[in-house]
Design a protein around this ligand. Structure first.
Ligand SMILES: *Cc1c(COP(=O)(O)O)cnc(C)c1O
Length: 385
């Protein structure tokens, strides 16, 4: 058997690797606490689960769903954007439901990237931007996100010949893994850059609702001209604790939506209708569940920032996301620190370098574990330092 070169080029998926390490430690009898993947430990809100149970009993929902999602779900997405950002989208031509946003983020490459084409990928960044590029035969040009530039890529540092070969650019604010947020001025710069070079901008926006201290995350699509060049990926995963349900969407430029829809209709068959109907209930139902989660993450953020501070690691309180990104103690690489914490404390924290070369020297903590486990993990970490 001879595997295709494109999968030989693929790095192992970060969290699949971490799962393997956790399993090995647990097999040794270690009580491992994972601050690894951003996967909410609280259940999906009751009213959304009830909607799924109700709809799962309806035979009409058991047949193939539409490739392009239920019209009512697309309308609920458009309605949510109207309410949340004051933006109007045509639910037939500008909205496309996805089997989780990871699916669409991986497949948009199939629509835009030919072998040898360049994709502008934030470094560090969500691993799928680069993996999708490899699978399409493209070449990632990494855009470093550093503390000095506020974790916003310096577009003037992208060489003109690279920009000319670029078909697609990924951005993600509020950001995973750095927890940084974007400015309006930066989004304006992105639109001008994308227009100059004819680049499709894919803004990945799953943390729009997880914000603190009065901060509100702007939609990239509210930037003047953004809808000419880009789309926004979104998801119910993080907002409503629905990571396992696999439901998200992409919305924005109708040409991009149509192209991705053409790819998807040839590959998958849409999201289970009962899940889409529960998704409508999530978007249109009571939103106090979102406020409850924000309070929980805020409490955990404060605990982590305070504890790290006591250990001499200074972290600015984050304004959004479920992550804390911090510099490892002097004398460590991100991998040596992550290994130390796993070996000595039984705590899993992903090495920053796993998100891209500019992540070297950093690690990421996820706030998606119960408070008592988070406290215990921090106590154990403190003893190793
Ligand atoms: C969690 C996450 C996603 C994936 O969300 P799904 O809708 O569950 O596939 C995409 N991008 C980023 C940056 C994420 O952190």
């Amino acid at each position: 058997m001879r595997e295709a070169q494109r999968i030989a080029n693929l790095p192992p998926y970060l969290f699949a690797e971490i799962d393997r390490k956790i399993a090995a430690k647990r097999a040794e009898g270690v009580d491992v606490i994972s601050l690894g993947i951003g996967d909410p430990c609280e259940p999906t809100p009751r009213h959304i689960i009830d909607a799924l149970c109700r709809e799962a009993n309806e035979p009409v929902n058991h047949r193939y769903p539409s490739y392009f999602g239920l019209p009512a779900f697309r309308q609920a997405i458009a309605g949510w954007y109207r309410k949340r950002f004051g933006l109007e989208f045509n639910s037939e031509t500008e909205v496309l439901p996805l089997v989780g946003s990871k699916e669409g983020i991986a497949h948009i490459h199939i629509a835009y990237v030919d072998p040898g084409d360049v994709v502008l990928v934030p470094d560090p960044g969500y691993p799928v931007y680069h993996a999708g590029t490899i699978l399409a035969g493209g070449i990632s040009h990494f855009m470093p996100l550093t503390a000095e530039n506020g974790y916003l890529p310096d577009l003037t540092a992208v060489p003109a010949d690279i920009a000319a070969r670029a078909k697609l650019m990924f951005l993600n604010y509020p950001n995973n893994p750095t927890a940084a947020v974007a400015t309006a001025a930066f989004f304006e710069e992105v639109v001008a850059f994308a227009k100059e070079y004819g680049i499709v901008v894919a803004h990945d926006f799953p943390y729009s609702e997880i914000t603190f201290d009065g901060y509100e995350a702007p939609s990239f699509l509210s930037t003047a001209g953004a809808r000419d060049v880009g789309v926004e990926f979104h998801s119910l995963s993080k907002t409503y604790n629905m990571t396992g349900w696999r439901i998200g969407w992409v919305l924005g430029n109708p040409e991009v939506i149509e192209a991705l829809g053409r790819v998807k209709s040839n590959i998958d068959s849409g999201i289970f209708n009962a899940i889409q109907k529960a998704g409508i209930v999530a978007l249109e139902g009571p939103q106090d569940c979102v406020e409850d989660m924000k309070r929980i993450y805020l409490r955990r953020r404060d605990l982590v920032v305070r504890t790290l501070g006591e250990l001499g690691i200074k972290v600015e309180p984050t304004r959004a996301t479920i992550y804390i990104w911090f510099k490892v103690p002097p004398g460590h690489t991100s991998a040596s620190f992550a290994d130390l914490v796993l070996e000595k404390a039984g705590v899993v924290i992903p090495a920053g370098a796993a998100y891209g070369p500019s992540g070297e020297g950093y690690v990421r903590i996820s706030l998606t574990v119960p408070d008592d486990r988070l406290k215990e993990a921090l106590d154990r970490m403190a003893q190793t330092m």
